[in-house]
Design a protein around this ligand. Structure first.
Ligand code: NAD
Length: 489
């Protein structure tokens, strides 16, 4: 069994409380992690606070911070295979995907390394004589970064990289599910040479770890990715410290397929958007709207492709879909599918654990044909390889159906009609629109949602300003001393 340690104030610590992690591919205990106590969280925040004000970190120039981030990126590339493998064993995600994603995470560090010395203020054309007024952009302070289990290296990079580029310090709370890769990453932070306390990595449960961290008086900024119910706790906790909060939440994204679409491209988009990562993706395109003329044909094509998918050991190169991360997740998925069938959904393919594996949290790629939008599987974020397909006749109807969700993270549009692609993309209430493609991401492209998907944006140029505060500096250029305010001239 592997033992992992917290990384606090530049040291690796075993902790005083622990929990065990199961490998979802075989159900066996494979690792033991420290569960952060209130005292652990306090020490991590104190270390970050101390590093922010009293040590060498504030004296690093922006260019030096950029160089450190670049070095960290290089180390991630060198260790991508190991990081990916740890994530696979811990989460059940495909090794082919986790390795590639780990290597790509480095690009987020490179991108913000380049931006570190391009954060600048401005001189204001002030409306008063004899005053020179300018702004600077300063780090906000201690950042609490909280990530969900499903892509921890990636979802922490979108927070850590801009936060460090801007000169902040962090306490990163890895999810209690599948945190292994984050602790290997802590070793890389150490090796890169960040001063002690600048980045602290801990894990633990919502109570006490998440609560203590997000309500801590020394935390000035909370960057959260996770589900909407947890987000409510985060917002409530932040009423204790008035930290600036950003929220990246769940999704129930639509994919609209018009009759003029390239069918092969559309089916590939639907498969990638739902069966990739076993559907455990915040941008899963799990509500699929298909125009009536091609509805039956596209359904048959998805069914045929679903039946070909190789479900099995995520470390095996041949495997195309691994298990779900937890048994609770698998059982919830089964419950929602059963209820949806009772409400009138027709099971076209999947809907059960595969017969050929008798252990692990495996679930077959599933397609349900749904007669209306009120069925459970159409409205609930399942985080599983489950597609809910619905029929539409007109463009107007498609837009209306796509917008009929509490969420608004991603959306896919498949059509060969360029004018329609633009028109529909303008009307969809989602933060990311993919036209004739799906699930592409980049450090250069802002990522985030509308409605209950949370309104924040990560990645891209603007995200760096989310980790700075503007300071306004007024200087008198007058030869005269400042006037007595009680003497009229
Ligand atoms: P979750 O909300 O259960 O947990 C997220 C994190 O919050 C974990 O680290 C957890 O320990 C922590 N937490 C729990 N209770 C807390 C509390 N009271 N105070 C502070 N922290 C607390 O989410 P999950 O099940 O790990 O992940 C799945 C969810 O994340 C889905 O809804 C998915 O859509 C969403 N997600 C969103 C994005 C995005 O970028 N929008 C990306 C990936 C996942």
């Amino acid at each position: 069994m592997q033992l992992f340690k917290h990384y606090i104030n530049g040291r690796f610590e075993t902790g005083s409380k622990f929990f065990e992690s199961l490998n979802p591919a075989n159900g066996e205990v494979w690792a033991r992690f420290p569960a952060a106590t209130e005292a652990d969280v306090n020490r991590a925040v104190d270390a970050a606070d101390h590093a922010l004000f009293n040590r060498e970190w504030p004296r690093y120039s922006a260019t030096q911070r950029g160089k450190l981030l670049r070095k960290l990126g290089d180390l991630i590339v060198q260790h991508a295979a190991e990081l990916g493998e740890l994530e696979t064993i811990d989460s059940g995600k495909l090794a082919t995907e986790t390795r590639a994603q780990s290597a790509y995470v480095a690009d987020y560090y490179y991108y913000y390394a380049g931006l570190a010395d391009k954060i600048q203020g401005e001189v204001l054309p002030i409306d008063k004589p004899d005053l020179h007024v300018y702004t600077t952009r300063e780090p906000i302070g201690v950042v609490a970064a909280i990530v969900p289990w499903n892509a921890q290296m990636f979802l922490s990079a979108t927070k850590i990289a801009p936060a460090l580029a801007a000169g902040n310090t962090l306490v990163v709370k890895a999810s209690e599910q599948a945190p292994a890769a984050m602790f290997k990453f802590a070793e890389l932070i150490h090796e890169a040479g960040f001063p002690p306390g600048v980045v602290n990595i801990i894990t633990g449960f919502g109570e006490p770890c998440g609560r203590v961290l997000t309500s801590h008086p020394k935390v000035a900024r909370i960057a959260f990715t996770g589900g909407p119910e947890t987000a409510k706790h985060i917002v409530r906790n932040s009423s204790e410290n008035f930290a600036h909060v950003s929220l990246e939440l769940g999704g129930k994204s639509p994919i609209i397929v018009f009759a003029d679409a390239d069918a092969e491209s559309a089916v590939n988009g639907i498969i990638a958007g739902n069966y990739g990562a076993s559907g455990q993706s915040c941008v899963a395109g799990s509500r699929v709207f298909i125009q009536s003329d091609i509805y039956d044909r596209v359904l048959q094509q998805i069914k045929a492709r679903a039946e070909e998918i190789i479900v099995g050991d995520p470390l095996d190169k041949q495997t195309q879909m691994g298990p779900l991360a937890t048994t609770a997740q698998l059982e919830r998925c089964e419950r929602v599918i059963a209820a949806s069938i009772e409400q009138g959904a027709e099971l076209i393919v999947g809907g059960r654990r595969p017969a050929h594996v008798t252990y692990g949290n495996y679930f077959e790629p599933t397609l349900l044909a749904c007669p209306n939008q009120s069925i459970d599987c159409v409205q609930t974020e399942l985080f599983a390889p489950v597609i809910s397909a619905l029929k539409f006749d007109t463009e107007e109807q498609a837009v209306e159906m796509a917008n009929n969700s509490a969420f608004g993270l991603g959306a896919g549009i498949f059509t060969e009609n360029l004018a329609r692609a633009h028109r529909v993309s303008q009307r969809i209430r989602s933060g990311i629109i993919w036209i004739n493609t799906y699930r592409a991401i980049s450090p250069i492209a802002p990522f985030g949602g509308f409605k209950q998907s949370g309104g924040s944006r990560e990645a891209g140029m603007d995200a760096i300003y989310e980790y700075t505060r503007t300071k306004t500096i007024w200087i008198s250029t007058s030869k005269e001393p400042m006037a007595n305010p009680f003497v009229m001239r």
